[in-house]
Design a protein around this ligand. Structure first.
Ligand code: NAX
Length: 345
């Protein structure tokens, strides 16, 4: 069955057809925090029934833990939740999937070089991309979260030529939400009054959190704050290194806020961004209006409507921004060269 993403998923008959949502790495900590968003209707709409395909490693202990998650889903009696499949087999997990959220990736271990990490993840995302290509819905929407998220998404997309490139994305919404949150704190404003923050580039410490187009209660954020030194010396590094700060404090990486961001990303992609608001998504850069190299999975400001994202055009880019956007582009180009080399492309 092909899902017509251009229709309003919340309306009429489509709300009756369950959406098959596959989550990889579902036994991990983000999976645990994300499931309530999806099953309660917060992510895909309050009248959208869901079938879950939960994938994790085919290892006994991991599959037992995943089974425990299924027990808890049963005990939660979510009215929208129609079925839960747990599996260690990627082909089973991706079969018929309308939406795929890829949390599962090989974690960076002590002493591992970036190339080693890319090598491990190239293998995973090549194989999973090939399965997506053959057994997922042809209109599937894929969000890659597992790091290095942008390049993993690029590899999955490369290995799934039957699925349009625009159906793949990587998560930078967490970075975006962090920027909104910090700006609101600085301005002593409500988060809903802050709009127009942008994350450019990679979900890594080279990302560029840009507030030059941001507004607070309709007024320029920079004019409201009047503190450029804070922006360059505190805000930008804070957002770039927020993930590390959370690991240092919690001894675990972000999960609560990551789950919220994933839910926001899928919600806005499927159901649309509110009028006058844009968000950040890492998407195919080909043909972008900001001169970023084609063929990367680069984070841009986007609006979404009818299940499709569009890069917001004509935003002001000064020399400072240009330099930062180039630096993160260079890192993505390097990751692409390395991973395509590993794949022999
Ligand atoms: P966890 O280690 O808690 O869970 C990951 C799960 O994935 C584990 O259950 C593991 O068994 C499973 N897994 C590993 N390889 C797999 C494979 N080949 N197929 C299926 N399952 C597999 O990590 P968690 O905290 O949930 O984070 C998940 C991923 O999100 C990590 O790669 C993390 O780095 C990344 N993050 C990305 C963020 C982003 O903004 N893009 C922010 C949050 C997070 O740090």
């Amino acid at each position: 069955i092909l899902r017509d993403w251009s229709s309003d998923v919340c309306s009429s008959d489509l709300s009756k057809a369950p959406l098959t949502v596959c989550i990889t790495g579902a036994a991990g900590q983000i999976g645990y925090a994300l499931l309530p968003h999806i099953c309660s209707g917060k992510t895909f709409g309050p009248d959208q029934p869901i079938k879950l395909h939960l994938l994790d490693l085919n290892i006994e202990g991991v599959q037992t833990a995943l089974g425990g998650v299924k027990f808890e889903l049963e005990d939660s009696t979510y009215p929208l939740l129609k079925d839960v499949v747990t599996t260690g087999d990627a082909k089973t997990a991706f079969t018929g999937a309308d939406a795929v959220i890829m949390l599962g990736a090989f974690p960076r271990k002590d002493g591992m070089e970036r190339k080693d990490l890319l090598e491990k993840n190239c293998g995973i995302f090549k194989e999973q991309g090939e399965y997506l290509n053959t057994v997922a819905s042809k209109t599937v929407k894929v969000l890659v979260v597992g790091n290095p998220a942008n390049t993993n998404a690029l590899i999955a997309s490369e290995c799934a030529p039957n699925i349009p490139k625009e159906n793949f994305s990587a998560l930078t919404r967490l970075d975006h939400n962090r920027a909104v949150g910090q700006l609101a704190l600085k301005a002593k404003a409500a988060v809903e009054d802050v709009t127009g923050c942008i994350i450019w580039g990679n979900h890594s410490s080279t990302q560029y959190p840009d507030i030059n187009s941001a507004t607070i209660k309709g007024a320029s954020a920079k004019d409201t704050i009047k503190d450029d030194a804070w922006y360059t010396n505190e805000f930008i590094p804070c957002i770039q290194k927020r993930g590390a700060a959370i690991i240092a404090a919690r001894k675990l990486s972000s999960a609560l806020s990551a789950a919220q961001a994933i839910s926001d990303h899928m919600h806005d992609w499927v159901l649309g961004t509110p009028a006058g608001k844009f968000v950040s998504m890492a998407v195919d850069s080909t043909g972008n209006p900001y001169g970023v190299a084609d063929g990367l999975m680069y984070s841009f400001p986007v609006t979404c409507s009818g299940g499709k994202w569009t890069i917001v055009k004509d935003l002001p880019i000064g020399d400072f921004s240009q330099e930062k956007m180039k630096a993160t582009e260079a890192e993505l180009l390097e990751e692409k060269t390395m991973s395509f080399g590993i794949l022999g492309k």
